[in-house]
Design a protein around this ligand. Structure first.
Ligand code: C5P
Length: 313
């Protein structure tokens, strides 16, 4: 995109983080992934990706969170996304990316997935490659299980690895307060902990090998837009293994529930703890109480839109 003055302007795309309001993990499949049934909600913490024409591929980071631990080479998911789109479309040059991050890193909220989704949209626009949406979604699924949802946003049911999406009816806006940990957690480590736990307790716990499904009370709560119903229905199979790895998160969950949260849940594979508040006032009170306890907290609402271009004018 070249302006009248001749300088190159950035293409800007934005994608949201997510909370899994329901996540049931089924069997470990031969490909190393688990069958899932999840209900995703996109929330108003966004990754802002700006893309400029360049001969090679590079990425820099900014925004309010510490990004010093992120890689900026070919192992970064945004670079992988750009390279994959270039390969798929035969585009021969590269891109310079800058990402302002607002979603916690390795926090279980799909920040890296949102980077990849926004990068696909931004590069497709910058390069004029104009790939059909279903092809972009297919690339997204190859980049990571949560990337298709970052593209689609809103409220959706995920099956397979979480990448096979169907829309869910949702009404209203839910108020969340997120307690962000000072450390990140590796998704494969949390899944392995779950597998180990299931092996250890194979005698005592019944674990169905069939494809899991999202319970109807979750769908009803989302459809009604009722936070009290949703609080009753929140569920995450990754919560127990995440708490086993990081037991301190148990006290965070208790603190939120003592201070007006309807319920708290570990987001995805953690360690972010998501609290559902009854309304905006409740969310503000909870935010103050948790901040007073020296937790790093942000407020977010959901559902919000998926990855899209932002017109800066
Ligand atoms: O797809 P993604 O790269 O986000 O997955 C990261 C890791 O999380 C996988 O390598 C796998 O260990 C685990 N995972 C899983 N089952 C899923 C999704 C992720 O075991 N459905």
């Amino acid at each position: 995109m070249v302006s009248a003055a001749g300088e190159t302007r950035a293409v800007h795309a934005r994608a949201p983080g997510k909370i899994n309001v329901f996540l049931k993990v089924g069997a470990l499949v031969d490909d190393g992934y688990h069958d899932l049934a999840t209900a995703y909600q996109a929330v108003s913490l966004y990754e802002d990706v700006r893309a400029w024409h360049a001969d090679d591929f590079s990425v820099t980071f900014g925004g309010p969170i510490d990004t010093s631990a992120l890689t900026v080479d070919g192992s970064n998911l945004a670079i992988k996304a750009a390279r994959m789109l270039a390969r798929r479309t035969g585009y021969r040059r590269g891109v310079r990316l800058h990402i302002d991050k607002h979603v916690p890193i390795a926090g279980g909220m799909g920040g890296g997935s949102a980077d990849a989704a926004a990068t696909l949209i931004a590069c497709d626009e910058l390069w004029g490659t104009d790939l059909p949406r279903e092809d972009l979604l297919a690339l997204a699924a190859r980049l990571g299980s949560d990337v298709p949802f970052a593209m689609v946003g809103g409220t959706a049911i995920g099956s397979g690895r979480g990448d096979r999406l169907s829309p869910a009816l949702a009404k209203g806006t839910f108020q969340w307060v997120l307690a962000i940990a000072e450390f990140g957690m590796s998704t494969p480590t949390v899944y392995s902990e779950l597998d180990r736990h299931r092996e250890r307790h194979a005698q005592d716990i019944f674990f169905a090998k069939t494809q899991p499904s999202v319970e109807t009370n979750v769908l009803q709560a989302l459809r009604a837009g009722d936070p009290h119903m949703l609080a009753e229905a929140l569920h995450n199979d990754l919560q127990a293994p995440a708490l086993h790895i990081a037991p301190g998160l148990g006290a965070v969950l208790e603190l939120g529930e003592e201070n007006g949260a309807l319920a708290g849940i570990i987001s995805g594979s953690g360690p972010t703890v998501a609290f559902l508040a009854p309304d905006l006032d409740g969310a503000l009170e909870l935010q103050i109480a948790l901040s007073a306890a020296r937790l790093n907290v942000v407020r977010a609402t959901g559902p919000v839109h998926g990855a899209r271009l932002v017109n800066e004018h």
